[in-house]
Design a protein around this ligand. Structure first.
Ligand code: FAD
Length: 494
């Protein structure tokens, strides 16, 4: 069903814009099982097991697919609650052209091991390299290309002191970047930085101008789920290092990081994936693990028996699945908090130009950044503007469940009209995706709370997911899947 509403903005009434119903997460698929008291669905364990396998991977996001890919020579079943694999790395299509529905870009791998990995997957990294300018800032009605590098910073309409401070920050980050190649650097400096927010670090610890935090706000909201005053300085600086580095390069495919998911699944064996399968219970036994699975097609439960289980799902789900399983407790996962996200694909826009690949919008509450797909195309070619709209953190999850798609679309279009007047009139359709638990938020102190305190493996159960080290990105997802697969392989040998 497609709803028609009037486009908002100065061209109001000129054209009817199609607004598609919510897509993205399917909250009821999991909620009805995890909140049975509210929703009345109690599932019992049918016997005997319907599937017996060596490894069951729960979740077909990048972490689960990466684990399944590494274990492609073993007997593996991938159980995915959603209708499609990829997690937050899925793609849509408009008039035959793909676009990302979630994650858009990844870093060009500097080390040989990662390069070989991408090559093995058949991914052409050179072709995916994003031409400059990669990152641009929209600030006070103007675009500023290369906003994380000296040339861009010098153009910003901020005070001389603000520019000097910003330059010093990026130089410091570029220097750290050269020294660091681990996902969670362990030295004391980093632990100290985790105690405070990015804003506190910039203004109080470094004495930098208060003009900096608002400029970095959209980046923090989009990549880490909270504003500069809400996220750990450690996490934000760690992410910003690659943006400010003179060496790091970013890559993107037209369909975004969905290309990585598709390549991993192709290598893992698509026949191993079972979609519409919600894992709702887990019981560890001396010889195996049993998984209670709800088949959404058949609307009935069945049991999968596995020697090893890789839980490649976020910890809000792990907490429920492992409650009552020996060695695990719900308290372990209490520190994990998640952001809520809306992504809007404004399809069929005409004559829109974005100066950079990633375009960060300062001072706009409705969204944080936009990506145009294709970015540079011939005039008249259909384009999709992908709008990233992280929702205020914390506490917007219930509100978003109730939110009407029309209101959310109008909010986003009103914001876009301020940058591209007439965009609502030119666009054909808007598709909205919502992610209730989009990504783990590294709030101040979180990384120190979890680091070294969460067992990543106990008994026959192994954890994977991009939230494991509190730094949500596609590289972390794939690394966690890789590590989980190695543990599973080792355990199968023992
Ligand atoms: C909007 C958005 C944009 C982003 N952009 C970027 C970007 O450009 N670059 C970047 O590096 N990172 C980006 N990220 C972060 C990055 O994409 C994620 O950290 C990473 O892809 C997550 O992968 P994952 O496998 O850890 O988790 P997920 O993608 O969350 O996958 C988990 C899977 O488990 C399934 N599942 C959950 N519960 C169950 C259950 N009970 N039974 C069965 N299946 C279940 C889910 O349906 C899902 O498919 C973005 C994130 C978001 C939300």
């Amino acid at each position: 069903m497609i709803n028609h509403i009037k486009a908002s903005g100065p061209n109001q009434g000129a054209k009817m814009l199609n607004i598609k119903p919510w897509s993205g997460d399917n909250p009821s698929a999991c909620h009805r099982h995890f909140y049975p008291a509210d929703r009345g669905l109690h599932v019992s364990w049918p016997e005997p097991p319907q599937i017996i396998t060596q490894v069951a991977v729960v979740g077909a996001g990048l972490s689960g697919l990466s684990a399944a890919y590494q274990l492609r020579d073993q007997e593996v079943v991938i159980l995915e609650a959603d209708a499609r694999p990829g997690g937050v790395c899925k793609s849509g299509e408009f008039r035959g052209r793909p676009y990302p529905e979630g994650a858009a870009y990844f870093l060009y791998p500097m080390d040989r091991h990662w390069q070989n990995f991408y090559q093995e997957l058949g991914l052409d990294l050179e072709a995916a390299l994003i031409p400059e300018p990669v990152s641009c800032l929209y600030y006070r009605g103007q675009w500023y290309p290369e906003c994380f590098h000296a040339a861009g910073i010098r153009q910003l309409p901020i005070s001389p002191q603000g520019k000097d401070d910003f330059l010093r920050l990026t130089q410091q980050l570029a220097a750290w970047e050269r020294e660091t190649d681990d996902f969670a650097p362990a030295n004391l400096e980093w632990q100290r930085l985790d105690r405070v927010s990015l804003k506190h670090y910039l203004e109080v610890v470094q004495g930098h101008s208060s003009e900096l935090a608002p400029l970095l706000d959209p980046y923090c909201r989009s990549c880490l789920g909270g504003g500069a005053a809400q996220v750990s300085a450690w996490a934000a600086l760690y992410f910003l290092m690659s943006e400010c580095s003179g060496e790091a390069r970013s890559c993107a495919f037209p369909e975004g990081d969905a290309r990585l998911a598709a390549a991993l699944l192709a290598g893992a064996g698509p026949a191993r994936l079972r979609t519409h399968q919600v894992v709702v219970g887990l019981a560890e036994q001396p010889e195996n693990v049993r998984l209670l699975v709800w088949d959404q097609h058949q609307q009935q439960p069945y049991v999968v028996q596995a020697e090893q289980v890789i839980l490649a799902v976020a910890k809000f789900a792990v907490r429920r699945l492992l409650s009552g399983v020996a060695g695990w407790s719900a308290e372990m996962f209490q520190p994990f908090q998640y952001s809520t996200y809306v992504v809007a694909a404004v399809c069929g826009v005409e004559g829109i130009k974005t100066p950079g690949f990633e375009n960060w919008i300062v001072g706009q509450t409705a969204f944080s950044d936009v990506v145009l797909q294709p970015w540079r195309s011939a005039p008249g070619a259909p384009q999709v503007l992908i709008v990233y709209a992280p929702q205020p953190f914390p506490g917007q999850r219930q509100a978003l469940l109730q939110e009407s798609v029309q209101i959310k679309a109008a909010e986003i279009l009103t914001g876009l009209e301020k940058i591209w007047p007439g965009i609502s009139r030119g666009a054909e359709e808007i598709r909205l995706y919502r992610y209730g638990h989009a990504q783990v938020v590294p709030y101040p102190g979180f990384l120190s709370r979890i680091r070294g305190r969460i067992p990543w493996r106990q008994g026959r159960i192994i954890l994977a997911h991009s939230d494991l080290e509190g730094l949500p990105c596609v590289e972390m997802a794939m690394l966690s899947g890789y590590r989980a697969a190695n543990w599973a392989r080792q355990a199968l040998r023992e």
